[in-house]
Design a protein around this ligand. Sequence first.
Ligand SMILES: NC(=O)c1ccc[n+]([C@@H]2O[C@H](COP(=O)([O-])OP(=O)(O)OC[C@H]3O[C@@H](n4cnc5c(N)ncnc54)[C@H](O)[C@@H]3O)[C@@H](O)[C@H]2O)c1
Length: 349
Amino acid sequence: MIKVAIAGVGNCASSFIQGISFYKNDSETKGFVRKQIGDYQIKDVQIVGAIDVDKRLVGLDVAQAIFAGSNTAEKFSDVPEYGVKVVKGHTLDGVAPHMHDSFQVDENQAPIDIVQYLKDTEAEFLICYLPVGSEKAAKFYAEAALEAGVGFINAIPVFICSQPEWSDRFKQAGLVCAGDDIKSQFGATYLNRILVEGLMNRGFNIDNLYQLNVGGNTDFENMIDESRLQSKRISKTSAVTTLFKEGEAPALRIGPSDYVPHLKDAKICYINVNGTQFGNQKFELELKLKVEDSPNSAGVMLDVVRLAKVAKDKGLSGNIPVVSAFGFKSPADRLNETETLRMLDEFLA
Ligand SMILES: NC(=O)c1ccc[n+]([C@@H]2O[C@H](COP(=O)([O-])OP(=O)(O)OC[C@H]3O[C@@H](n4cnc5c(N)ncnc54)[C@H](O)[C@@H]3O)[C@@H](O)[C@H]2O)c1
């Protein structure tokens, strides 16, 4: 088993945990990238710890918490009671001033000692699923993971695992880290990257590009505040600009654009590309993708957890370049999608 603790029991955690139950049934063959990663299947992932600050989630078994509070991710699987109750974390900057109705914190409820909790649960990895803009809180949990001897997987655009100073600290502690900002299985970033790669491989010149995203979950509500959104914009934009040679990226605008509550956990992305083709002729490409947001990232996270465990089994530590390039929008080492898959096969051979 791969023992995992989660900080932030929101929609992504809901789909991640439901996924473990859903794929317990071996006859389910659709929806994942790889059934087997090293010695591990999805059903080998085990939740041993859950941390949140919302008073409606704290104290509930994680199997109930994922459907409580403001969580709107679709239910696609029953989840048996784990015997793992959600414990109170440290709020810090996790809850933005405009989010107090959606993340309801009881200031009189004391947070627990996270380092001791991680040690007691014997977690091997802590997944950081906090809201965008939780700079202090994400770093607090990364420090706790280091101190407790637990690997760290960072789903959010706070730059930790991609930074040499953090990676070195995890390396010295003999722990794996992977991040930052989970890249969905087939989401706006992946789609935009393969489109750009494909157009460039076929000699089309891109003059300008935009990618606008709207959604109705608390992730999008949180990102209404542009000041919290900065790191997300950098992460999503650099995932595309780094495909171009330095200084050659076209004019572009990429990022979450609005919160539409009735969309719930659905996310819609619009991509528009203008450019020049053979004979200096113009082309325009316009595309819409609508997906359920949280399951789209959960599948990749279940791959990343298994890849991190394979890295641990191999005795590796610190940031694992191929794992971060495969699973995240802002890895330390920027590879295109074709190179990433080739390196992943080598890593798993
Ligand atoms: N496809 C995707 O859904 C996707 C892709 C890439 C990145 N992400 C990122 O993953 C993160 C999680 O997304 P989500 O949709 O589950 O968010 P969410 O809003 O559903 O859940 C966030 C949870 O964190 C809790 N929280 C807030 N501050 C906390 C603290 N200090 N300690 C512990 N818990 C705290 C909240 O109470 C809430 O339950 C977001 O940053 C999101 O941008 C998601």
